[in-house]
Design a protein around this ligand. Sequence first.
Ligand code: GCO
Ligand code: MN
Ligand code: MN
Length: 386
Amino acid sequence: MYTPKPEHKFSFGLWTVGSVGRDPFGEPVRRALSPVEIVHLLAEVGAWGVNFHDNDLIPIDATPAERDQIVHNFKYALAETGIVVPMATTNLFSDPAFRDGAFTSNDPRVRAYALHKTMHAIDLGVELGVGVYVFWGGREGAETDAAKDPVTAIKRTREAMNFLCAYVIDKGYNLKFALEAKPNEPRGDIYNATTGNMLAFIATLDHPEMVGVNPEVAHEHMAGLNFTHAVAQALEAGKLFHIDLNDQAFGRYDQDFRFGAHNIKSAFFLVKLLEDYGYGGSRHFDAHAYRTADLDDVKAFATGCIRTYLILKDKAAQFNADPEIQALLAEITADDGSLDGFKGAYSPQKAAALKGHTFDRVALGQRGQPYERLDQLTVELLLGVR
Ligand code: GCO
Ligand code: MN
Ligand code: MN
């Protein structure tokens, strides 16, 4: 019943199921799997796609001959399994060269190197068939505002994005960009800290139509925000090009938990939103198995992400078909049509009529709403007793 199918578009990054469990306090606990092994693992758990940073696939110091051999082997594994590559991205955060950021680095040589590296990584992604290219500026921030002018940082980011959009157009690639916000970690503060910031920034670019967002559950939760609302804003603006699903307790370190591991209810409203509005992109799990996991448990982790999504999708369909819930929603949004004349676009006549209308303010304030009943029904549905 909860079997993943290609049309669900479930994808994982090489860095997710491939995580060796290193953390700031501890060394790797699992063997590094090769990209080919990861593709087979993903096929085994029923995923549709695999995504990567350039250096998840090709080590940063690989020779051209090594690169070609790795790409050849990877393509063979993709052909064998039917796994596709919907998204790629650049690692602009691991190498010491990026210790002060990439596009926002204070060193012009680093900024130029970041563009150079990203163009090569875009070429690699396109060679493997990606349609979305993600930008996560993990190091694009600061610990002290004494060191970097935040206005300059925004201008540098814009210059880089404009350059790279023009590169994609020049090459004739069929590629969209998705910007991923995060408030902090690894930097003390990261610029364009939330999905809302990114949406405002995109509107200032030379080619805003090419650029959307890649919101991540954990990142908005780290900022104490409602993720479903962030995604809704992106969806409504036609800017939800990709999504990173995982989970995260508010106020904690960057946890990257299995999707639905922590906040079942917010995960439910998220899945309901994506399904109700027919989101057509990847459902990408950007999460890691617990550090305690062995390889079998890593597979359980990946299967768990997928199953939880599909269970919540089923729950959303139940919610939409539940007569009691739907009757409450109809009651809540009831409209007798008596004020239809005031709806829609502005006209001077409408404004004058609305200003002249007499409202029974006290009556408006006396109306209660059965949101307790509705929410309890939702909780019972999620708890499996409806
Ligand atoms: C993080 C980010 C990354 C990005 C990845 C792809 O918190 O580390 O979520 O996992 O999503 O670099 O851009
Ligand atoms: Mn993250
Ligand atoms: Mn992410």
